[in-house]
Design a protein around this ligand. Structure first.
Ligand SMILES: [Ca+2]
Ligand SMILES: [Ca+2]
Length: 96
């Protein structure tokens, strides 16, 4: 799991330069939300497994099932941000 956490951070930083420039200095959560919105191809406000795969998010080490906390088959922005916050909380167990 820890590798996945680091990769999520890496993804956020990878996209932060262009995203922050485009959004005028957004916070990290706004960047994460921006990533989410880009992945939400049909604009439904949630990611299904196909969108998750299509966006390549699974490659970053966190599976769709990990993101879909309530297991309803879709990852909402709230679930995605919750995951991000857990991974970035000092109490979240990340020691790297
Ligand atoms: Ca969608
Ligand atoms: Ca869900």
């Amino acid at each position: 799991m820890r590798t996945g956490l680091i990769l999520i951070v890496g993804l956020a930083f990878l996209l932060s330069a262009s995203a922050a420039a485009a959004m005028g200095g957004a916070g990290h959560e706004e960047i994460v939300a921006h990533i989410f919105e880009m992945a939400d191809l049909d604009g439904s406000g949630s990611l299904d497994a196909d969108e998750y795969e299509e966006a390549g998010l699974a490659k970053y080490g966190v599976s769709f099932a990990d993101c879909d906390a309530d297991e309803d088959g879709e990852t909402s922005l709230r679930e995605y941000l919750d995951l991000y916050r857990r991974h970035h909380s000092p109490a979240g167990g990340q020691t790297a």
